[in-house]
Design a protein around this ligand. Structure first.
Ligand SMILES: [Zn+2]
Length: 518
């Protein structure tokens, strides 16, 4: 009898009591920005934790994922894929801090895609070939970006249709389509995803691949050192923040395979407020498929085999996203290249991320008796600065003075500081079950900024271009058509309003230089 009573009580605790207990994050604030400790981050996501060591990268790996972080640095590697966080890692010798914004808008969707809000079946893809018509985009001696993007779009279209997805093109010939019109076309196709294709241009040395998605509200874009008033406004695309980063991560993880072993060619998943992604009401990304301003990459981009490989890689990421969002099982296209097989750039294989030491006793994620310390700390605002301008490779600071204060639910940020992110954060229901699969509750509640205030002086900062700035090193070279062997697709019968050859009068047509893409 007694045994039955004990079992009943144990069952009650397991089923009724524990699930309602929220995860106790160790949180901190600095200049109004909210952070969680690396220790509780690791505990939540099941990464073995050890006290980070100075300027060394913190690396850890669990059964499903690996992470690599560095103090004062925004560059993060998750499962070997480069992401640029909205805010650098803060803290010091005792523990490091991860911004709540990045936990919610980056780590959570990538690590736990099953918890992404608004999951639904993705029925098709709007493919946006960058530039067109009078807008050549970037040019090299070999060709123009507008032709490369259209050719790649056709190839991607075929792959996705073969996989069973519907496809719409924002342009299917050499015409100029206004950026806002492109986003409008996307809005006509609910339950689609949006992929914009571009090729980069900068200094001759710049090379590699990068994938953009919309900056979360309250975070500056990757290319900016300042938080501006515009960064605080909620944009249409911000409704899809978690889906945007998931799509970007999946596509980027596939396209970087085009440069096996060449980690330097992984420029990362970055944030921006380009028109075609900020005005978009679909999960949206912008892919930069290589630098036409780089001698080696301009030759690759000019080869149809490379563009086919790029289209294949994008398709794999898109289909993975569609499968994940809609619990489908579409088969992925092979990674093989077309007839004109092109050898990848030969580089030494990447070094494996070392596995962090085993978690100290009592910290093991799956320990049934773990009860994370519920602590809210406030860091000295003068010791720990989170100003965006310091995000890059900031030297490690000495451990900030941490003054424990009674746990409080939420501390609204001072009006003079940038706002925190706005959505509900991830939180497991229990601390003894595997958090990675538990239902989030809400310890990381984020509040909408009441009176957003940009960084002092930021009002004078130049507005972010519609797309990454283009540096045409061969501005006078006539645009040669890309050598395409892809079948010219017929105009999709379902194409909504065919893109107009001329932009609306009021348009935000990209200016000849900076308005174009990277
Ligand atoms: Zn472009």
């Amino acid at each position: 009898m007694m045994l039955k009573a004990c079992l009943a009580w144990a069952f009650f605790c397991l089923v009724v009591v524990l699930p309602v207990r929220a995860f106790d994050w160790e949180t901190a604030t600095s200049n109004g920005r909210e952070y969680v400790s690396l220790r509780s981050f690791c505990l939540f996501y099941g990464f073995p934790y050890s006290v980070p060591n100075g300027n060394d990268r913190f690396t850890s790996r669990n059964a499903a994922h690996s992470i690599s972080l560095k103090i004062g640095n925004s560059d993060m590697y998750l499962d070997g894929v480069h992401y640029v966080m909205s805010f650098p890692i803060e803290g010091g010798g005792n523990d490091w801090l991860v911004s709540r914004m990045d936990v919610i808008k980056l780590f959570e969707p990538i690590i736990r895609p099953s918890e992404v809000s608004g999951r639904h079946t993705i029925r098709g893809v709007v493919i946006d070939a960058g530039h067109g018509g009078t807008d050549n985009g970037a040019t090299s001696r070999l060709g123009a970006e507008k032709n490369y993007t259209l050719d790649t779009a056709f190839r991607l279209q075929k792959i996705l249709r073969d996989a069973g997805l519907k496809v719409v093109l924002t342009r299917s010939n050499d015409v100029f389509v206004d950026l806002y019109e492109r986003a409008h076309i996307a809005s006509l196709y609910p339950d689609y995803a949006f992929v914009s294709i571009h090729f980069n241009s900068a200094t001759p040395e710049a090379r590699g691949l990068e994938t953009y998605c919309l900056s979360p509200r309250g975070a500056a874009s990757t290319s900016s050192n300042y938080l501006t008033r515009g960064d605080i406004q909620k944009l249409p695309g911000n409704d899809y923040d978690t889906q945007n980063i998931l799509l970007a991560g999946m596509v980027h993880s596939e396209i970087i395979k085009l440069n096996p072993g060449d980690q330097s060619a992984d420029r990362g998943v970055k944030r921006a407020r380009f028109v075609v992604i900020k005005q978009n009401v679909l999960p949206a990304i912008l892919v930069e498929g290589g630098f036409v301003s780089n001698h080696m990459e301009s030759q690759r981009v000019d080869q149809s085999s490379y563009r086919q490989s790029l289209a294949n890689a994008i398709a794999r990421g898109v289909i993975r996203f569609c499968n994940d969002m809609g619990d489908r099982n579409m088969s992925l296209p092979g990674g093989s290249r077309d007839d004109n097989e092109e050898a990848p750039i030969s580089k030494p294989p990447p070094k494996a991320i070392p596995v962090a030491p085993a978690a100290p006793s009592g910290l093991a994620h799956d320990s049934p008796n773990v009860k994370p310390v519920a602590t809210t700390t406030t860091l000295s605002g003068t010791t720990v600065s989170t100003h965006k301008s310091k995000k890059k490779n900031k030297p490690a600071t000495t451990p900030p003075a941490v003054t424990p204060t009674p746990p409080t639910a939420e501390t609204p940020p001072p009006s003079s500081t940038p706002p925190a992110a706005e959505s509900t954060p991830p939180v497991p229901a229990t601390t003894n079950a595997a958090p990675a699969t538990s239902t989030p509750s809400s310890p990381l509640n984020l509040t909408e900024p009441a009176a957003p205030t940009p960084t002092p002086g930021a009002e004078k900062a130049p507005a972010e271009p519609d797309e990454p700035p283009t540096v045409n090193i061969y501005p006078t070279t006539p645009a040669a058509p890309a050598k395409s062997s892809a079948p010219a697709p017929s105009t999709p019968a379902s194409t909504p309003s065919a893109p107009t050859a001329t932009p609306p009068a009021s348009t935000n047509a990209p200016s000849s230089s900076e308005g174009a893409q990277p």
